[in-house]
Write a protein that binds this ligand. Structure first.
Ligand code: ITT
Length: 202
């Protein structure tokens, strides 16, 4: 039997790297939007939740290609900022603004706050759209705090300010393998792997 193809419907190359690693044991061929020549497709993410936006992205690419498509909508939720940047994480302070600037801005907003007052989480909603119209969803969360300074070179985006108190490190200071084991994305896509296995077998 041919190995099934799944398109990972994201334009974010860092997400593709992490998702490939998380799903490496699955007997499927993962293809990115770039592999499909669809990297310039612009999908309006006008949902009100991570899950809604993940479904919008997965369905759009599934309808366009007729293939099974997985999408990730994720972001950083900072309690002291009323949940910002949340679903606007990629667009926060402007899509083209550097993460060095965005991260320093968030640190500045939390000046004077200590410990639990700095609580934050990364959330990832994963949606998988099937050509038969069915959509599977899974969510993963990792709890942490906003660090007092940027630290670490690994990962991407807000990783240098996402501090894990139990490790004494940010998610930019741990290895990619360690991040995938505990991260929002690792959790969401591991759940999705099981849902999809059941779906494809059943
Ligand atoms: P696609 O929509 O094409 O998937 P995107 O980067 O625009 O790419 P999102 O709309 O889901 O994706 O925005 C997610 C943003 O949240 C991402 O750009 C980062 O700023 C942040 N983010 C998500 N997961 C992260 C992680 O593991 N580490 C650091 N920052 C993360």
């Amino acid at each position: 039997m041919d190995t099934k193809k799944i398109i990972v419907a994201t334009g974010n190359a860092n997400k593709v790297i992490e998702i490939r690693e998380i799903l490496k044991d699955m007997d499927v061929t993962l293809s990115s939007l770039k592999d499909e020549g669809l990297q310039d497709v612009d999908i309006e993410e006008n949902g009100k939740t991570f899950e809604e936006n993940a479904i919008i992205k997965a369905k759009a690419i599934c309808e366009m290609t007729g293939e099974i498509c997985m999408a990730d909508d994720s972001g950083l939720v900072v309690d002291a900022l009323g949940g910002e940047p949340g679903i606007y994480s990629a667009r926060y302070l402007g899509r083209d603004t550097s993460y060095d600037y965005k991260n320093n801005y968030i640190i500045k907003q939390l000046e004077g706050k200590e410990g639990a007052e700095r609580s934050a989480r990364f959330v990832c909603a994963c949606a998988c759209a099937l050509p038969n119209g069915k959509v599977l969803t899974a969510e993963g969360v990792i709890e942490g705090q906003i660090g007092f300074e940027q630290k670490g070179e690994n990962g991407f985006g807000y990783d240098p300010i996402f501090f894990l108190p139990e490790k004494g490190k940010t998610t930019a200071e741990i290895s990619p393998e360690e991040k995938n084991e505990i991260s929002h994305r690792g959790r969401a896509f591991t759940k999705m792997r099981e849902l999809l296995k059941d779906e494809l077998q059943g």
